[in-house]
Design a protein around this ligand. Structure first.
Ligand SMILES: [Zn+2]
Length: 247
């Protein structure tokens, strides 16, 4: 469920990932899983040195949407978005830490960050600013009245080419890993967390809680790990295209 409106603001930096290389990175990582799909994902392959370097020391905010008094969307069978968001976020954070990223989680339990929804959202942005983060990734789940729609989808601020690159990288990974959606990354306007920050800031909608089958998947810990791994691979692919600096 989405957040709330704000005046858009454009990001300036521009480095476009090269898709062939990003795909190779994802395939190398997936190939390394060896024993297959579920089992491999529960115990990710040993990170490769070059990939570890790509994320070493990068400060990335992983924002589990909602929490505490704010459940977010409520699934048709009662699954709460805040719980799905937290479970997937914690798995993404753990994977990123394995390759040396400096991960900042906005929450690690079922709590809101402030007493009001507005203050809670402000606080999430402040956390990114205080930590001088390079990326802000909010993990959400969707809900709409039409129950047939499903599929994970990534959103970026209109006009942010870096946000677009990151979003497309993660979307491509979600499509390949989950094999249940052909959605494409889309720009979005008037969303506070993606428009307020000067860094690439994106929304990962992991699926639709309004679709009963997808709701059940999103509540399943193995599927949560799969989604997290897809998001992680997308981030790695994005960074593997960036020039290494600081060495
Ligand atoms: Zn939400």
């Amino acid at each position: 469920m989405m957040i709330w409106a704000w005046r858009p603001n454009r990001h300036r930096r521009y480095r476009r990932p090269k898709w062939a290389l990003a795909l190779c990175t994802a395939l190398v990582l997936l190939g390394g899983l060896g024993r297959g799909w579920w089992a491999g994902l529960m115990e990710p392959a040993e990170p490769q040195p070059a990939l570890a370097l790509a994320l070493l020391g990068k400060t990335i905010v992983i924002d589990a949407g909602h929490g505490g008094f704010d459940p977010g969307a409520i699934g048709v069978n009662g699954v709460l978005e805040k719980d799905v968001n937290l479970a997937i976020s914690q798995r993404v954070a753990a994977l990123l830490r394995q390759v040396g990223a400096n991960v900042v989680e906005t929450r690690t339990s079922d709590t809101a960050l402030a007493d009001s929804k507005r203050a809670d959202i402000y606080r999430r942005v402040e956390i990114a600013e205080e930590n001088r983060a390079e990326l802000f990734i909010t993990i959400q789940a969707n809900s709409i009245p039409q129950r047939q729609y499903r599929g994970a989808q990534v959103f970026f601020a209109a006009g942010s080419t870096e946000g677009q690159g990151l979003s497309e990288s993660i979307q491509q990974s979600l499509v390949q890993v989950l094999q249940n959606t052909d959605r494409v990354a889309k720009s979005i306007e008037n969303i506070y967390v993606v428009n307020k920050l000067a860094i690439p800031s994106i929304v990962v909608e992991t699926g639709f809680l309004s679709n009963s089958a997808e709701e059940m998947l999103l509540a399943d810990s193995r599927y949560q790990q799969l989604v997290a791994y897809a998001i992680f691979l997308g981030i790695v692919s994005y960074y593997s295209e960036q020039p290494v600096s600081g060495f």
